[in-house]
Design a protein around this ligand. Structure first.
Ligand SMILES: Nc1ncnc2c1ncn2[C@@H]1O[C@H](COP(=O)(O)OP(=O)(O)OP(=O)(O)O)[C@@H](O)[C@H]1O
Length: 258
């Protein structure tokens, strides 16, 4: 079966300003954020990119969502190239980050309609999807409330609903449970499992071992922009916990580099 996401030797560097060099305590002028990453995600799979802060997870997901261009390499989402056909990639995916800021002055109802229109969704289809999703997340009671007056959890649920307004086959989710209370985090993980059960593909990034253990079919461990292990949980961790396996990999990788 053709992979839903196919990543081939992706590479991305950033030029560092003097200020960034100071913050990063780096002498180099160029930072390699992603260093030749390759992996496949099968349709219906939940794949987790696991790594510490600064490993290059967000940069990878932003390239796969066709928000930034790679320096080298390519990736295919539902067969569309992020380099030569970014518009098709954007139409096929839902992209979500826990840092997403919704405009305070708009209501969930307005935002859902706005994003549906961007994706050219018919109003009748839109209204039915909105009804189902708003009911699913309990947004219906707050549909006309301004974002500014919503709780953090309700804002995140609104972001979730809006990100799948166009019924994407692939969902890319950067740190899905970061900064969420336990109840909202549970809503998010349940939703990811539902999406996969419906045959959709989910690619997420996280530094939380338990999230990977709970929802991911396969995991790729990323350290310093490189994939140091990739496979099912048992392939990557064997008899150990994922946390123990990760720290062994980290010691090997960082040890090798120094
Ligand atoms: N726009 C940018 N300009 C300069 N450096 C950047 C930029 N974006 C990311 N970086 C650097 O690239 C590296 C990888 O960052 P990235 O955000 O992809 O990592 P991450 O694994 O998602 O970690 P985090 O969880 O901290 O976001 C980091 O060293 C980061 O400082």
């Amino acid at each position: 079966m053709e992979p839903a996401i196919s990543v081939r030797e992706l590479r991305k560097t950033f030029k560092l300003s003097a200020k960034q060099r100071k913050i990063e305590r780096a002498d180099v002028r160029v930072k390699t954020a992603v260093d030749g990453l390759s992996f496949d995600v099968a349709p219906g799979e939940i794949f987790g990119l696991l790594g510490p802060n600064g490993a290059g997870k967000t940069t990878t997901l932003r390239m796969l969502a066709a928000l930034i261009k790679p320096d080298e390499g390519d990736a295919f989402v539902g067969g569309a190239s992020i380099v030569s056909d970014p518009a098709s990639v954007r139409a096929r995916i839902g992209f979500l980050t826990s840092e997403l800021k919704l405009e305070d002055v708009f209501s969930p109802d307005y935002l859902f309609d706005f994003f549906s229109e961007l994706h050219h969704i018919e109003p009748t289809v839109r209204d039915e999807r909105k009804r189902v999703l708003f009911e699913r997340f309990g947004i219906d009671r707050f549909a006309q409330t301004k974002v500014a007056d919503l709780s953090t959890g309700m804002k995140q649920k609104t972001s979730l609903a809006v990100s799948v307004a166009h019924d994407p086959r692939v969902i890319i989710f950067d740190e899905p449970t970061n900064g969420l209370d336990v109840l909202t985090a549970r809503t998010v993980t349940d939703f990811l499992l539902e999406l996969a059960a419906e045959g959709r593909t989910v690619l997420l990034s996280t530094h939380i071992f338990s999230l990977v253990e709970k929802v991911c079919d396969r995991v790729g461990v990323v350290i310093d922009g490189r994939m140091v292990a990739c496979g099912t949980l048992s392939e990557v961790a064997g008899e150990r916990s994922l946390e123990d396996a990760f720290f062994d990999l980290y010691a090997q990788t960082v040890g090798e580099a120094s």
